[in-house]
Design a protein around this ligand. Structure first.
Ligand code: SAH
Ligand code: DHB
Ligand code: MG
Length: 220
């Protein structure tokens, strides 16, 4: 549940610093029209992803969990001319909407959308020696620990890994939770705490999508 003030302030911030964008608006409209769940990152969070990719000078980006490609478009726009983004999606109807949104954004040559369970499509990336400067983990939450392990092994030195939805209305602190998503996030946190390959922090967020948070990890 989003507190009314969080939504009002999120809209205020978005109007201030996120420029109106017909392509991103159309991507969201097409996603809603196709009945996709309304769980894309918010505009201000999308712009944060864009900024992180720019700050990192990311030339190769991996995304796990495409949905209608809203976050994909934000991230792909941060790439240099020769840059590439690989995005993984298990639901073929989500992928169809994403493909059309990516085409409308003029990014079909930049974005490589792969349909299948991420745990089935990630090994091929490794087998082909693909490496990434930034990875955005935003698919099913029970598998976050596995995705994080893949993200580390597919990272270039100095790579950034961003993990979405790691606070979940604060439910993350409930050690007795039987919710598979909470258990996935907690298992991830326990691994993260001991992982000497990364330097990380987690930031709580509020906004029009409620109370949640994300982890940022830098691969040494
Ligand atoms: N990153 C998107 C939102 C992703 S929502 C954005 O911010 O715009 C999560 C997506 O992950 C959904 O489309 C869902 O179908 C997909 N997903 C769920 N389980 C998956 C799996 N095992 N492998 C790949 N994608 C998966
Ligand atoms: C859910 C998934 C997301 O990636 C998100 O940002 C919000 C909610 C979900 O599955 O409920
Ligand atoms: Mg998310």
């Amino acid at each position: 549940m989003a507190d009314e003030r969080w939504t009002t302030v999120d809209q205020y911030i978005t109007e201030l610093v996120v420029q109106p964008d017909a392509v991103l608006d159309a991507a969201l409209e097409a996603s809603i029209a196709a009945g996709l769940p309304e769980i894309s990152v918010t505009p201000s969070h999308g712009k944060l992803l864009y900024l992180l990719a720019r700050i990192r000078h990311a030339g190769r980006i991996l995304e796990i969990g495409t949905l209608g490609a809203y976050s994909t478009i934000w991230l792909a726009r941060a790439l240099p001319a020769s840059g590439r983004l690989v995005t993984l999606e298990s639901d073929s109807s989500h992928a169809a909407v994403a493909r059309s949104n990516i085409a409308r954004a003029g990014l079909s040559d930049v974005v490589d959308l792969r349909v299948g369970l991420a745990l089935d499509t990630l090994p091929a990336l490794a087998a082909h020696g693909q490496r990434f400067d930034l990875t955005f983990i935003d698919a099913d939450k029970p598998n976050i620990p596995e995705y994080f392990e893949w993200a580390i092994s597919l990272s270039n030195p100095g790579g950034l890994i961003i993990v979405d939805n790691v606070v979940r209305d604060g439910a993350v602190v409930d050690a007795t939770s039987e919710d598979p998503s909470i258990r996935g996030v907690r298992r991830f946190n326990e691994l993260l705490a001991r992982d000497t390959r990364v330097t990380a922090t987690t930031i709580q967020t509020v906004g029009s999508k409620g109370y949640d948070g994300f982890t940022i990890a830098l691969v040494a």
